[in-house]
Design a protein around this ligand. Structure first.
Ligand SMILES: *[C@@H]1O[C@H](CO)[C@@H](O)[C@H](O)[C@H]1NC(C)=O
Ligand SMILES: *[C@@H]1O[C@H](CO)[C@@H](O)[C@H](O)[C@H]1NC(C)=O
Ligand SMILES: *[C@@H]1O[C@H](CO)[C@@H](O)[C@H](O)[C@H]1NC(C)=O
Length: 463
């Protein structure tokens, strides 16, 4: 076992001695702006051989020459130096590596009397890039294709390779710039037609350079006008019913700034309702709330509204209550039935005990009744079905910067900058679309099944 290992270790050393004389690195990698040394050593153990000259050359051109008799000559001393040259070594130093230093360097040694020997080092020059990535906080869900994220790898050599990782469909455009110092700047953009669903979604830019991968995770920011919903109408608003209210919820980017309750026909809100921010309170239901209401929500991009049709009934809607009563009645009947059966059994046993007083064991064993809890678990899971209405807001720093930008940009009211004109146009567009949108997304038929469903669930509370 030991012998092969011994020769294995000795192997490389032996070849150096055999080739004798010159050893250099096969490959070296220099980093732009940093120092790199290319060693060349002469190992001659033959006292009859003398080194008369060592020369470094690149592409057939002499860079540096050392002769024990005549000293050192360097063609471009600001770039190249020889470090402590002697008969046994001449290390070529490049004190500040540049891209054009890349190439093959040969150390050529003139021996007397045996002649020339040569060994070559391949120098690669790299530069570590500066990497950055950012989401475009001005991306807007306006139906147009736009850059949602940009990833930049600057002054790298060789050029970085940029890839994107996301679940959102889109296209990538990449531009490479050849810098004068031999480095490359690569800029990659993720282009898509963003929707409100893309707001807050993760996207990762992966920058590959020299077999290292730098991932930069980002969160998309997509501006969109408010998305509004109204809750609280249970289709059982009857005359004289007290304390009902409609809650208007909206998400948007930037966050909505105002909630406004209106009537669909534009008439003033009836005096029987009270508005408190996003909530419309009705202390006592009467004919005046028998109408359709709008909750209009506004953010920087415009206004959107949700239409809630309210139908006031003369009397409470008893169909649901009847069902509830039936269920409760059934449960009570069942409980009474069980109680009767249990009582009968107990009485029978009591009599049995009285008759055969010996049989104590049967009595000491507790009645094998264990309430099965699994139904509890099912009930706990139910609330999870409710989708949170609150918007998933972009990270606070993004929001902050948007707010700051908004503040900085908001022009005085009398001055119409192109920017505000654009938003204003945009807002008008949305306002114009309002009516078709209500009709498309909030047909009155949609409201009642959902509300009935909500109502039908109430018996479950009693069970
Ligand atoms: C990607 O670009 C092609 C060609 O420009 C376009 O047809 C396609 O819709 C784009 N895909 C996405 C997801 O934007
Ligand atoms: C930039 O460098 C790359 C790689 O070296 C080369 O293929 C390309 O032609 C260069 N482009 C320009 C405009 O010089
Ligand atoms: C509410 O209006 C509907 C028609 O829009 C009508 O059928 C109903 O009777 C009204 N309710 C009351 C209490 O007046």
């Amino acid at each position: 076992m030991q012998c092969p290992l011994f020769f294995l270790l000795l192997g490389p050393l032996y070849t150096v001695l055999q080739a004798q004389e010159i050893s250099v690195n096969d490959q070296k990698t220099g980093i732009i702006g940093q120092v790199i040394d290319l060693p060349c050593t002469i190992g001659s153990n033959d006292p009859n051989i003398h080194v008369s000259q060592i020369m470094w050359e690149k592409g057939g051109t002499s860079i540096a020459v050392f002769s024990p008799q005549h000293g050192t000559h360097i063609s471009d001393p600001t770039t190249f130096q020889l470090i402590n040259p002697s008969q046994s070594s001449a290390t070529l130093r490049i004190s500040s590596v540049r891209a054009n230093n890349e190439g093959e360097y040969s150390c050529e040694v003139t021996l007397f009397p045996s002649g020339n020997r040569k060994a070559t080092t391949k120098l690669a020059v790299i530069a570590v890039p500066q990497n950055s990535a950012e989401a475009n906080t001005e991306a807007t869900a306006n139906g147009e294709e736009q850059t949602v994220a940009t990833c930049r790898s600057s002054n790298g050599r060789p050029p970085s390779l940029i890839t994107w990782q996301t679940s959102l469909p889109g296209n990538v455009t990449t531009i490479m710039t050849n810098n004068t110092d031999g480095t490359y700047t690569v800029v990659s953009r993720y282009v898509m037609t963003p929707t409100s669903q893309a707001d807050g979604m993760p996207i990762t830019c992966n920058i590959n350079h020299e077999s290292t991968m730098v991932p930069i995770p980002l969160m998309l920011s997509v501006k969109y006008p408010p998305e509004v919903t109204v809750e609280g109408f249970d289709d059982n608003w009857h005359l004289k019913r007290n304390g009902v209210y409609l809650t208007c919820s909206a998400k948007g980017n930037p966050p909505p700034t105002s909630y406004k309750w209106k009537t669909v026909d534009g008439s003033p809100l009836p005096s029987t309702v009270r508005v408190q921010e996003n909530i419309l309170f009705v202390d006592e239901v009467d004919e005046r709330v028998n109408r359709s209401f709008l909750c209009e929500v506004t953010n920087e991009l415009g206004s959107r509204a949700y239409r809630q049709d309210v139908l006031v009934r003369e009397k409470p809607n008893n169909s649901g209550a009847g069902a509830t009563g039936g269920i409760i009645g059934g449960i009570i009947a069942a409980i009474v039935g069980i109680a009767v059966v249990a009582t009968v059994i107990l009485i029978c046993r009591q009599q049995k005990k009285n008759e055969t007083a010996k049989d104590d064991e049967e009595f000491e064993g507790p009645p094998a009744y264990k309430p099965p809890p699994p139904s509890l678990k099912l009930q706990i899971e139910k609330p999870a079905e409710e989708v949170p209405l609150k918007a998933v807001l972009p990270p606070s720093e993004t929001t902050d910067s948007q707010d700051m930008e908004l503040n900085g940009k908001t022009p005085p009211k009398y001055q119409m900058t192109p920017e505000s004109q654009r938003y204003s146009d945009f807002q008008n567009d949305y306002l114009e679309q309002e009516n078709p949108i209500y009709n498309e997304f909030h047909p009155p038929e949609n409201a009642s099944p959902r509300d009935e469903q909500g109502f039908m669930m109430s018996p479950a509370v009693y069970v």
